[in-house]
Design a protein around this ligand. Structure first.
Ligand code: UDP
Ligand code: CA
Length: 860
């Protein structure tokens, strides 16, 4: 624990707070701390220098020793909190090797002789006593008994210590003025931005404060250790060999450290020399007769990094005059092409006007001379914290066949939202408050968006835009049980949080303030929010289901009222269906699936569709469909969190969304959801599935069919890993499943699934059918209720005889025939063709209407 690289204690104020340094270098001004009126007019730097110059110190017993770490404690010592700080600082001084201690007085109230009794005692002692007695006497003054006695009239001299110079002390105590306290208070206010009475600490010029928690002797030790092992050790070595008067040495070290530490850290410069530079190197000369930058770049050209660097270098070349050497540092042997994409980094040398300016299109990425035969997908890679959507495109961006396309393929993207992300913890349990909901809004519209906190890292995300926002706990359970007690902002670049504001204290005070979040840049904003359960609510849990508590008289009354409530809810009885789709083909399937759901139920339906990958056309049509067929819908969005392993392939990303975010995609009020694959046709009332008893399992899936014998050789789950993992349990198909979201959230199923996903996806060969393998793999931790076989029929695995009983049919892939889905649809499901034609008609109708309005618009 004594090693230099060991942090002996965690204190986020000391370890993570924003580094703030005082400038202690004096200009020519000389002023006295007693001279308030002169001090008043000094600027911050001079104020700091004057304070430093006039500081008295408690040093180590051996006065002549250099103190490499100078600590100042700032407080009102006529208050218990200030005395406690002094007490702990003194405790640290007993064992410290490097520190000396100075005092800054920050009185709370108007300063007079009475309310500075202890402070004056401290000051007088500093002015008159030797180290050994000074320390014991300060210890005496730091005690509460002493203070109480003095305030109630006891003379301070009765507390003096044997061996002290009592005369000198008493004289000083009676004559010392209070001007120094006024000066110090002004310094605290002007330079340290502390309100009267607030506490803080300065360590070699680095200011930490305001302190709102106790700082213990161990914290002082941590601070000393951190300060010492940064630069001070080296500075001390140099200073000791300089032969200056030892009196000033400690001051000198403090000032040099404050100055050096406050400078931005810079990497040192070194030259790169190359053995040879004849091959695999591109050299370009600068424009002549001008100063130039020498740029050396080394890349492995077949990497994503190189794709990005190419554009960076091009842009750099436009901004500066440069002489460049670009080394191709290639891998020697490759078994397959490591890159499968064409990439353009959109970066302009100058600011461009945006899309609304007619004369320019805004920044673009252009792909020319792309090979025509492969099937391509157009995809945008965006900075973290951006939600970008396609607003226009002239073809199916998921399936681009350049060979069959005459025109240029174009797509227009829009930055729709900036994410506000965060991590939330319960201060008492240090656990994430699972299920806690936040809302984000403005003064006039308090709730614009809401979200749920995950157990994984207490993570949450909210869609926002530039501006000032108010973050609150969701009305209802979240707000009833919890209160927000603090927040920090995490600096993404530095990777650790820096301190913004914290409100501590009594319960009533704490929740008075709203948390205001200002989104004022395109960079990610990540918050750290601390919450605490309200007093009396310690045992309550957001995710506990009221219905399940049926003990006691009161509860039975409650459950009676809940039942009444349920009657009302009957009217609000809706079938919640979730689906995902990307690409025009799957969107066509999706519309048909939706229609087939509606045609087989009398219950009102609400569709929840993942917005992230829907095409502009689909988004345009869906409101019209909703009107035509009478359903509700909501497009849900969630950005794949940065800490969860990313997928690069579109299809696998979609699969991830099918299973990984079920707990956070929908509002807490939605308690059951049925996922239906886009390429599925429903033939039965899904209400029956919604109301199916899951026997306490969080979700229900249908097992794979065994009945089509000729596919035996393809049943991968019958052998190898799956056979031994499942033992005699079934392997389930993920095309259709029903989720009891209440149960799912309560057992933290989402968190467990993500945890296991993170572990397994390390191996790229694992989870080859991500959305299906994951729940099957987790069957022992997150139970699956097996649904009756009829719920899902697919031709690949189920025999023809069972088809007539099928409640839904999935067009699942056939590994043997690899028949295209479109062809399979018409062949396997007769009504599919009818549904398709019906929707086609609606789309044509909408298209005509649109043309008409454009025409009339033009005529006008
Ligand atoms: N999906 C999609 N776009 C794709 C691939 C898949 O939207 O390119 C969605 C769609 O909802 C589909 C589901 O993911 O129903 C599962 O994929 P698929 O049906 O192709 O798998 P299969 O049933 O053939 O195993
Ligand atoms: Ca499918």
């Amino acid at each position: 624990m004594d090693r230099n690289n060991v942090v002996p204690r965690i204190n986020s104020l000391i370890l993570h707070a924003n580094q703030q340094y005082l400038n202690l270098i004096s200009t020519s001004v000389t002023a006295d701390v007693e001279d308030y009126s002169t001090f008043f007019f000094l600027d911050s730097q001079d104020k700091s220098a004057v304070i430093a110059k006039n500081m008295y110190y408690l040093t180590q017993d051996d006065d002549s020793k250099i103190s490499a770490v100078t600590l100042w404690i700032i407080a009102d010592f006529d208050k218990p909190s200030g005395r406690k700080l002094l007490f702990n600082a003194l405790k640290h001084m007993k064992t410290s090797v490097h520190s000396r201690l100075g005092i800054i007085y920050n009185p709370t109230s108007k300063i007079n002789e009475e309310n500075t009794a202890i402070s004056r005692g401290i000051l007088a002692a500093f002015l008159t006593q030797k180290t050994r007695f000074l320390r014991s006497f300060l210890g005496q003054l730091a005690k509460e008994e002493t203070a109480t006695a003095i305030y109630s009239g006891d003379k301070i001299k009765t507390f003096l210590i044997e061996g002290m110079n009592k005369n000198a002390f008493e004289k000083k105590y009676n004559t010392v003025g209070v001007n120094i306290f006024r000066t110090h208070q002004l310094f605290c206010q002007d330079v340290l931005k502390l309100r009267p009475g607030e506490m803080g600490i300065v360590s070699n010029g680095r200011f930490l404060g305001p302190l709102d928690e106790d700082l213990y002797a161990e914290d002082f030790y941590l601070l000393e250790k951190i300060t010492f092992s940064n630069l001070v050790e080296k500075i001390k070595d140099i200073v000791e060999n300089m032969g200056i008067n030892s009196n000033n040495m400690s001051d000198f070290i403090m000032k040099v450290d404050a100055l050096m530490s406050s400078l931005p850290k810079r990497a040192s410069r070194y030259d790169v020399t190359f053995l040879r530079e004849n091959h695999s190197v591109i050299k370009m000369n600068p424009q002549e007769n001008d100063t130039f930058f020498h740029v050396i770049a080394i890349v492995d050209p077949l990497t994503r990094e190189a794709q990005k660097m190419a554009q960076l270098l091009v842009v750099l070349g436009k901004i500066i005059n440069m002489k460049i050497k670009l080394f191709m540092n290639c891998r020697g042997r490759l078994s397959e092409a490591p890159l499968e994409s064409f990439y353009r980094f959109v970066l302009e040398p100058e600011l461009m006007s945006g899309a609304n300016d007619v004369s320019s299109l805004g920044p673009v990425a252009k792909f020319l001379d792309i090979p025509e035969s492969p099937l391509l997908t157009l995809n945008m890679i965006t900075p973290e914290g951006w939600l970008v959507e396609t607003v226009h495109s002239n073809c199916d961006l998921d399936n681009i066949h350049l060979k069959d396309t005459e025109k240029t393929v174009t797509a227009e993207y829009e930055l729709e939202y900036l994410l506000l992300e965060g991590h939330c913890f319960d201060k008492v349990t240090e656990q994430p408050p699972r299920g806690l909901q936040f809302t984000l809004g403005t003064k006039n519209k308090p709730v614009v968006v809401d979200t749920i906190v995950m157990a994984n890292h207490g993570y949450f995300q909210l869609k926002a835009n530039p501006g000032a926002w108010i973050l609150r706990l969701h009305q209802g359970k979240s707000e009833d049980i919890y209160q927000i007690i603090g927040r920090k902002e995490r600096d993404v670049k530095q990777g650790f949080p820096f301190f913004l504001r914290r409100h501590e204290g009594t319960d009533s005070q704490a929740d008075l303030e709203d948390i205001i979040v200002v989104l004022n840049s395109f960079k990610s904003k990540i918050l750290e929010v601390k919450v605490k359960k309200e007093t009396g609510k310690i045992k309550e849990d957001i995710l506990t289901n009221e219905d399940e508590k049926t003990k006691g008289m009161w509860d039975s009354i409650k459950s009676f009222t809940i039942r009444l409530h349920k009657e009302e809810e009957k009217e609000k009885d809706v079938l919640n269906i979730f689906s995902v789709a990307s690409g025009h083909l799957y969107e066509r399937f999706l519309r048909i699936m939706m229609l087939s759901v509606l045609r087989n139920t009398k219950t009102p339906v609400k569709f929840w569709l993942l917005k992230n990958y829907l095409s502009p056309t689909f988004k345009e049509v869906i409101p019209h469909m909703a009107k035509e067929y009478g359903f509700q819908y909501e497009l849900v969005q969630y950005r794949w969190p940065r800490w969860l392993r990313q997928q690069t392939e579109r299809q696998r990303i979609i699969w991830g969304y099918k299973i990984l975010f079920l707990d956070v995609l929908f509002p807490l009020a939605v308690d059951k959801i049925i996922f239906v694959d886009a390429d599925q046709i429903v033939r039965h009332d899904l209400k029956e599935l919604r109301d199916f008893d899951l026997d306490g399992a969080p979700y229900g899936y249908t097992p794979f069919c065994d009945s089509r014998r000729e596919m035996d050789g393809y049943r991968f789950w019958k052998t190898g890993y799956w056979a031994s993992h499942l033992l005699r349990r079934k392997y389930h198909i993920s095309a259709l499943y029903v989720v009891d979201l209440k149960k799912f959230r309560r057992i933290g199923a989402g968190d467990r699934l993500r945890g296991q996903y993170q572990a397994l996806s390390q191996d790229p060969n694992s989870l080859s059918n991500l959305d299906q393998d994951l729940p099957n793999d987790m069957i022992y931790q997150v139970a699956i209720k097996s649904l009756p076989q009829d719920w899902l029929w697919c031709e690949t695995w189920c025999d023809d005889e069972s088809k007539q009983r099928a409640k839904t049919i999935d067009l699942c892939n056939n590994p043997k025939t690899k028949e295209p889905k479109l062809k399979a649809a018409a062949r396997i499901v007769p009504e599919w063709v009818e549904y398709d034609a019906e929707i086609r008609q609606l789309l044509d109708h909408l298209e005509n209407k649109k043309q008409d309005t454009i025409l009339t618009h033009d005529e006008l």
